[in-house]
Design a protein around this ligand. Structure first.
Ligand code: ADP
Ligand code: MG
Length: 669
């Protein structure tokens, strides 16, 4: 139980559920339920729990932070039945109206409204669903929760809370069903569910799961206000069977302890504490301060909620101590905690400034359950028989007062330093291995780089060498080009000269040809005239021969006449006319001249033929020269072309073509 001023600043995220409605309403003689304004609206309320949970919590318009109280009527037991003839039932239930009528006598009765009214026929399942399920769901969502049974001994508190249902699972009580629900909604890999099971008797806490452990003390976290049992054994639950075994052990130990202490289980309180740790999955908003928010934005959070299930000792002592005149101090001695719980509930219900939480161990344990930050559900168990009217009335009044208590439900979310630590350790491991790997990688990369550097240096040297060669070649190339230009010019000049020479030769040949033609013409003419003359000469010769023959004949006759003239004269014949004259003799000489002139013409013709032969020879010589000049010209042209191509090629190919570029130069040389 917490006083109103106990909110302390901490890194813990205590998210409040909004208080949406007034706490409750007075029904009949039950008294009004005052809204405890200071609690109904928690100062840090910023976030509501999930819709499903809210639906179940807001059922019937109940305040989400208010202590919910259900009343359960137990079946009549043997004692009730034995007194049935003397005592009429004092309890009438109206479950639909969620009302209970408490009949004092035939004339006086009072009606009370509860959050749930459960008849003697209500199943354990139904009781769980209306009483505990919303709280369990709330716990699963990261809120603390308390389910508690309060009532007279024998009215079914243990049956409601702690029945194991070994023979019949439908008889399982709230503890088992709550654990079933928790286990089915948590992951063994991600979440942790652990329990402690304790008994509180005469202000002494015994560990029901480790009975040998002495001195279980209650400790409170000064920051969070969380209450824990120092030294209590904590068992992590694997499955429901494991839990049932632990509960059985606890029950056995409780029985043994009570026997040893010479008491009854009805005088001790059994407290099951279920701790649920789950990684926080919802981060829709939180109430961290902005500073915390920025500083811790990346920190993992964990939902660390606790379900406290309490099977209280029988409440009749307190009541009876008053009604039957027992010493209050004795009653307090017998069950100080229960008395103190009643006082605290009263104080809270009345909005008292002082809540005597620290007066008993039970109230210290339940400090979060009543007036604290837990969602609390209380089931009060009553018997029907009028014989227990006062106990029943007392229980009902307790329940009615408890309904007035409003808690400021807060999400129990903490920074998960453990998982953060684990994560950081894993991260450190990873980073260390990564660093080592990187270092190794770096070393090999360094080697690679060094090798590459060397290669680059070599390449650079090579490139520089090539560059120098290229420059050299370029210089050579330009020199060669100059040389080529000079050579080309020289060849061009040569070619021009040859062409000129050729032209001269051509003109010379043309002249010669003309001359040849004219000589031929002359020769032809001469030949013709020679032939004509020869013809004439032959005719003249023939004539001359004829004349010669005539003359010969004449001469012969003249000679004969001359020779015979004297004889003729002797014979009387005049032979004067017959002697040859001087003209005739010159004609004979003329014939001799003509013959020598023909001879001369023949000689001239021979001379001309000779000249013609010489000219032909010259002509042939000239043709030969022309031919050689043509050949020389072609060679010069081809050399020039080759030289040009080679120069171009040497310029393009550059360094690699050194030899080739030098070739034409060599050629030129
Ligand atoms: P308490 O713990 O309040 O002293 P118990 O739970 O021990 O009472 O119940 C006393 C007896 O009454 C038990 O035998 C229990 O089985 C029985 N009993 C109580 N409530 C019911 C119920 N609603 N239905 C059946 N049996 C019940
Ligand atoms: Mg009991």
């Amino acid at each position: 139980m917490a006083s109103h001023s106990q909110s302390r600043p901490s890194l813990r995220s205590d998210r409040h559920l909004p208080s949406t409605k007034p706490a409750g309403t007075q029904v009949g003689g039950g008294g009004g339920v005052n809204q405890i304004s200071g609690r109904s609206k928690a100062p840090g309320a910023k976030r509501s729990i999930n819709a499903g949970l809210r639906a179940s919590i807001d059922d019937d318009g109940a305040d989400s932070g208010r202590v919910r109280v259900a009343v359960r009527l137990c079946p009549k037991n043997a004692e009730d039945l034995s007194h049935e003839s003397n005592f009429v039932d004092c309890v009438e239930l109206y479950p639909e109206l969620k009302r209970l009528k408490l009949r004092k006598n035939n004339w006086i009765s009072e009606s009370y409204k509860f959050d749930e009214v459960l008849s003697e026929n209500a199943s354990q399942r139904r009781v769980y669903e209306v009483v505990a399920k919303p709280v369990v769901e709330s716990v699963l969502n990261g809120y603390n929760g308390t389910v508690m049974a309060y009532g007279q001994t024998g009215t079914g508190k243990t049956y409601t809370i702690g029945h194991l249902g070994k023979d019949d699972s439908s008889e399982r009580g709230i503890m088992v069903r709550a654990m079933e629900e928790i286990l089915s909604n948590t992951s063994p890999l991600m979440d942790t569910v652990s329990i402690s099971y304790l008994q509180l008797y005469l202000e002494s806490i015994q560990d029901l799961l480790a009975p040998g452990k002495p001195n279980i003390s209650i400790s409170e976290d000064s920051k969070s206000g969380e209450v824990s049992m120092t030294g209590a054994a904590i068992f992590q639950i694997r499955d429901i069977q494991h839990f049932l075994e632990l509960l059985q052990i606890g029950e056995a130990n409780r029985h043994a302890a009570n026997t040893k202490l010479n008491t009854e289980s009805s005088r001790s309180h059994a407290i099951l504490m279920v701790q649920v740790k789950r990684p926080s999955r919802v981060h829709e908003g939180n109430d961290f301060s902005s500073l915390e928010n920025t500083a811790t934005a990346d920190l993992p959070t964990i939902l660390k909620s606790k379900l406290v299930v309490v099977d209280l000792a029988g409440s009749e002592r307190i009541d009876k101590s008053g009604s039957e005149g027992h010493m209050l101090e004795e009653a307090k001695f017998i069950n100080l905690s229960l008395t103190c719980l009643g006082k605290c509930i009263n104080a809270l219900a009345e909005n008292s400034p002082h809540i005597p939480t620290r007066d008993s161990k039970l109230t210290r344990l339940l400090r979060d359950s009543f007036g604290g930050h837990a969602r609390t559900s209380l089931v009060i168990t009553v018997g029907p028989s009028g014989i227990n009217y006062s106990e029943t009335a007392s229980t009902i009044m307790f329940g009615q007062r408890a309904m007035k208590v409003v808690n400021s439900v807060k999400l129990k979310e903490e920074f998960d330093y453990e998982s953060l630590c684990r994560k950081l350790e894993a991260q450190v491991d990873f980073l260390t291995s990564e660093m080592e790997r990187q270092q190794k990688l770096g070393d090999s990369e360094k080697k690679d780089m060094e090798m590459r550097l060397k290669e680059c240096e070599m390449s650079l040297a090579e490139a520089e060498k090539h560059l120098a060669m290229k420059e050299k070649h370029q210089l050579e190339s330009s020199a060669f080009q100059n040389l080529l230009a000079d050579t080309t010019q020289m060849y061009e000049e040569k070619v021009a000269e040859v062409i000129k020479q050729l032209e001269v030769e051509h003109s010379h040949i043309a002249n010669l040809e003309e001359e040849l033609v004219s000589v031929r013409q002359q020769l032809t003419d001469a030949s013709n005239s020679l032939e004509w003359r020869a013809h004439e000469d032959r005719a003249a010769n023939a004539e001359s021969e004829r004349q010669l023959r005539v003359l010969e004949n004449n001469r012969r006759s003249d000679f004969w006449i001359e020779e015979n003239c004297d004889s003729m004269k002797e014979c009387g014949i005049d032979c004067g006319n017959l002697v040859p004259s001087s003209e005739k003799r010159s004609d004979f000489r003329k014939e001799d001249d003509s013959s020598s002139r023909w001879q001369k013409q023949q000689e001239a013709m021979d001379g001309q033929n000779l000249q013609l032969q010489e000219m032909s020879m010259k002509n042939e010589e000239s043709a030969r020269i022309i031919q050689s000049l043509e050949t020389a010209k072609d060679e010069i042209f081809s050399e020039k072309n080759i030289a040009g191509d080679d120069v171009e090629e040497s310029v393009i190919v550059g360094n690699e073509k050194d030899k080739k570029t030098l070739a034409p130069r060599e050629k030129l040389k």
